[in-house]
Design a protein around this ligand. Structure first.
Ligand code: GDP
Ligand code: MG
Length: 163
């Protein structure tokens, strides 16, 4: 069995940007419009000599009346089922949303470890928004910027310690 890391979270938090950074590819389609990742994307990564696979989840149905009951719920349940470690991405620029709470509710019951990733922490001031994510009940938020790469080394240290 390999080490499989799933990246989950509501649309537009930067899952695909993080996937691309971890896998150093342009495989995942990044877009300002929610709903651009049509399918699950798999890639390979490595940190401190530890190899692992990464799956970017998507396939969001943005026009659904009940977006969570549809694709997001399905993708999160799939991730919980198959992943050895789950990266739950949230957005420090937007704070906690209803969808974040719904995803967290599923993830709190996951048997695999969940790492809470506070993405879009592009500068030092934004890290002061991170403590509100403790309300998700999933432990410490790990502040990163997937765009600049800041914080991703520390995140990877935590990640590989979970295998
Ligand atoms: P996904 O829907 O969760 O896969 O999100 P994407 O990776 O497609 O990113 C959605 C938007 O957020 C894009 O415009 C990204 O460039 C932007 N984004 C992703 N990561 C960061 C970040 O660390 N900082 C900022 N400022 N924007 C980001
Ligand atoms: Mg995406």
């Amino acid at each position: 069995m390999g080490n499989l890391v799933a990246i989950v979270g509501r649309p537009n938090v930067g899952k695909s940007t993080l996937f691309n950074r971890l896998t150093k590819t342009r495989q995942a389609i990044v877009n300002d419009e929610a709903g651009t990742t049509r399918d699950r994307q798999y890639g390979k990564s490595e940190w401190l000599g530890q190899e692992f696979s990464v799956v970017d989840t998507g396939g969001w149905v943005v026009n659904s009346d009940d977006i969570f009951e549809g694709e997001i719920r399905k993708q999160v349940l799939l991730a919980v089922d198959e992943a050895d470690v789950i990266l739950f991405v949230v957005d420090v620029m937007n704070g906690v949303t209803d969808l974040d709470l719904q995803v967290a509710q599923i993830l709190r019951r996951a048997k695999s470890p969940v790492i809470l990733v506070a993405n879009k922490t592009d500068n030092g001031d934004l890290q002061y928004n991170a403590p509100e994510f403790y309300s998700l009940g999933l432990g410490d938020p790990h502040c990163i910027s997937s765009l600049s790469g800041s914080g991703t080394g520390d995140l990877l240290d935590v990640l590989v310690s979970k295998f």
